[in-house]
Design a protein around this ligand. Structure first.
Ligand SMILES: *[C@@H]1O[C@H](CO)[C@@H](O)[C@H](O)[C@H]1NC(C)=O
Ligand SMILES: *[C@@H]1O[C@H](CO)[C@@H](O)[C@H](O)[C@H]1NC(C)=O
Length: 349
């Protein structure tokens, strides 16, 4: 009798503890500002890591994008306590691996960093994978692209030591990380663009990677030339765009593939002077290689640079970057791109 009473008593208290625990006011995490972070969507969660500028660079957190988003009230979830990646900025990330569900992080010029880290979103663990093949090449400020073959393409400047930002004579490399078999390879450089970083890149449905910019900002109509890398036959080609419209020269912009699989959307960037809003959004039609300025409504935000852009359902989701005022604009911007005849900036999806 006493014994079973004691059991009930204990059980009751445990249940009370559990109920109280889950009803306690939820601790709201407010991330610091950042730019040159990575933004990766896995299983409807937008994971943000690293970045620079405001000492928030050890933070690791996510936003559940399967819920409705209100950019004025973002419910970030903090995972910084499980982060093993040293503070960094200018790395790049993709989703790959045998189960196509692992975050792969590559970069940067920081000897404290291992070249590659992986994050498993199910077990919520970071790891340092063992990768075969010889590679010690470090790069920064590049865009890694993963193709359907599970290979991560890492095109960009190769700097053996130190960081020289504006040297366009430096050698390029097309590093290839097979995220399924975990080995390093290298792609062709024949007909590849010359030395650059801070370009924009996106994978087209035919498994060709489109590379745009960064050119010397003084070069005229730099965006008339775009480069294509075919992941099937490891070959480069060049296209000259048609039409009268060419985006003004800029770097640190974002590039995503639109929902139709043919429109490539460029947002923001840093020009020689601040870009006006009318010069912030362009579309490249990759069927006829024609640039155009899309119709856009809603509250047009200030153009950003050093931000990231991801596709989430019908939206282009822009995260963080430079240089907006937190009191005026959210860390997250949403552009409804479901209708090619007119895009719309919204604050809720
Ligand atoms: C991985 O998942 C993405 C998104 O669902 C898909 O587009 C891609 O084709 C998949 N890759 C592989 C190798 O299955
Ligand atoms: C923008 O809207 C106008 C008026 O609806 C339309 O004529 C034009 O084709 C649209 N432009 C683009 C690029 O979709």
């Amino acid at each position: 009798m006493t014994k079973s009473f004691l059991t009930y008593f204990l059980l009751w208290n445990i249940i009370q503890l559990i109920i109280k625990g889950s009803c306690q006011p939820y601790y709201q995490f407010y991330p610091l500002k950042r730019h040159d972070h990575t933004a990766t969507i896995i299983d409807n969660k937008l994971y943000i890591l690293g970045g620079s500028g405001y000492s928030g660079d050890h933070e690791f957190f996510y936003l559940d994008v399967s819920n409705k988003i209100d950019t004025q009230h973002l419910s970030w979830i903090d995972l910084s306590n499980i982060n093993i990646v040293p503070s960094h900025y200018g790395a790049t990330s993709v989703v790959g691996g045998a189960n196509n569900n692992t975050l792969f992080l590559y970069g940067v010029y920081n000897s404290a960093m291992t070249l590659v880290y992986t994050f498993d979103p199910i077990f919520k663990t970071w790891d340092i994978p063992t990768i075969t093949g010889d590679n010690t090449i470090r790069k920064q400020f590049l865009t890694g692209i993963i193709a359907r073959n599970g290979k991560m393409y890492l095109f960009g400047k190769t700097l053996p030591t130190g960081l020289i930002i504006n040297d366009y004579t430096i050698d390029m490399d097309m590093l290839i990380l097979d995220t399924i078999n975990l080995n390093w390879g290298k792609g062709s450089l024949y007909n590849a663009p010359t030395g650059r970083g801070d370009y924009g890149a996106t994978l087209l449905p035919n498994q060709i990677i489109l590379y745009i910019g960064r050119f010397d900002i003084k070069e005229e109509s730099a965006f008339r030339r775009v480069y294509l890398y075919d992941t099937f036959d490891d070959s480069w080609s060049k296209k000259i765009t048609s039409g009268n419209i060419v985006p003004s020269n800029r770097d640190y912009f974002s590039l995503v593939l639109g929902l139709d699989g043919r429109s490539v959307i460029m947002f923001g960037g840093r020009g020689e002077t601040d870009l006006p809003s009318s010069d912030a959004l362009y579309v490249l039609d990759t069927i006829n290689f024609n640039w155009y300025i899309p119709n856009v409504t809603g509250n047009i935000p200030r153009p950003r640079f050093w931000h990231k852009a991801n596709i989430m359902d019908n939206y282009m989701l822009v995260s963080f970057g430079c240089c907006y005022k937190k009191s005026h604009e959210s860390d997250i911007l949403l552009l409804d791109i479901s209708n090619n005849r007119g895009f719309k900036w919204v604050t809720q999806n």
